[in-house]
Design a protein around this ligand. Sequence first.
Ligand code: BLA
Length: 491
Amino acid sequence: MTDDLDFCAREPIRIPGSIQPHGCILVVDPDDGRVLQASANAASFLGIPSEDWPAAVAALLAEDDMAEGHRPWTVAGQAFQVAVHRTAQGAIVEFEEAGGGPALSLDALHPRLRRFIDRIDPMVEIAEIAAATAVEVRALTGFNRVLVYRFDDDLHGTVVAEDGDGVLPSYLDLRFPASDIPAQARQLYLTNRLRIIPDAGYQPVPIEPAASPLDGAPLDLGACGLRSVSPVHLEYMRNMGTGASMSLSLVVDGRLWGLVSCHHADPRRIAPPIRAACDFLGRIVSHQIGARERSRMATRRIALKRIESGLLVELARAPSLPGGLFANAADWMRLTGAAGAAVLFEGEVVAAGQAPPADTIRRLAAWIRQEGRGPVFVTDQSGHDLVEMEPHAGTAAGIVAVSISGIHDDAMFWFRPEVVRTVQWAGDRRKAEPGSDGRIHPRHSFDQWRELLRGRALPWSEAEIESARDVRNAIVDFVLRRAEERAALTE
Ligand code: BLA
């Protein structure tokens, strides 16, 4: 799949050289008001000839309020929704028709959003927030189907909530491969939080001239709502049976946590004020999810910290580190929620619970050191990191290892067994294949495809990894102190 990812990641999505036809753009030199570039439909869309363009935007650009987002603007007696993006290649002015799509007045939007915020505020589970979000976005926009889609560590995503009217099939609980949304698109979606494609069957409108007169480069449309989208993605939408889409980014702590993805069977426009409300809602939901994740982490940390302090007191009293750990095996394992644990100390292995054989642990420790994977090594798929671990998936598919010596292989380990899972993919993900044109095309079917996932343990949480790191620091001190005491005795 990596080849597909690379292939798709080369799609130059910020510089398509064209826009979608539900609006037009003018690129204006902010210094002299000259129009540098325009979409080929500008004269017909605005209803005025090119000589009149500079006058039509002069007052707009002179306004102090250069906030992002659309506002009403009249050109030659005709009402538009206008947004301005200031870029190094000039001010990009986007025009859309006023009143395109279903309307909801700002007066009605504000109390709606406030009620929504009040509703999700007391929710404890992220799943509840996701479900409420799908319902609210659908109520605001009237799309046939709204999905909340969450990324995992492998960048695959799962549909965790859905609201729909039954016109489009349900994708709830299905997993979509990482290659459906390539890296440069994810990068762009961190800053550009809302995308809309009102008609997947549209004819792109070229930008003329193609190169910016200011720097000779193609016009960067990254910030632009009318940006023409990648043809591969349009093919994907047609294969999925969707005529229109809108997606909102859910960004938590600077990373793309997920998307709210909206679909319609037929073309569908959403007016800028409703898009603005959805964008706002996406930001609120992102914050709420972040808050829930942080509070879950904090609660778990507090519980683990208690176990950790108890264990450290016991270890301080114990005659030796391995002896102390073994005598307190239950707490030792609970520290990270492991099913087994081991320590390699001065060449000896002491293990508790479900752990692989001592020789395997020694080789694992040597490998971690040689490959520079320490001082804290974490995996939930050890056979993937080190082939030798494959036969031991039953005890050690998941490993947290922390080194406790600067010079030897000495280390502490926690293990988790493999948990075999079935994943329901939306379509056979191996089916994105090169066509006769040598390009990679999206798969044609999104029918469920089951895959048995082997060799994987339940992933370690941040709180658990943090707890292993903490105990490592304490033990390194402890080991050093014991060594110094012994040195003092022999002096
Ligand atoms: C973009 N792919 C996207 C987007 C989504 C998806 C949401 C953002 C654009 C939008 O808002 O419509 C995928 N949509 C999904 C997924 C779900 C969904 C996973 O609703 C799940 C419920 N796509 C492919 C292949 C390639 C590819 C093989 O399948 C590459 C060859 C590319 N997808 C691709 C590209 C974009 C994209 C290039 C960026 C489109 C753009 O913004 O220009």
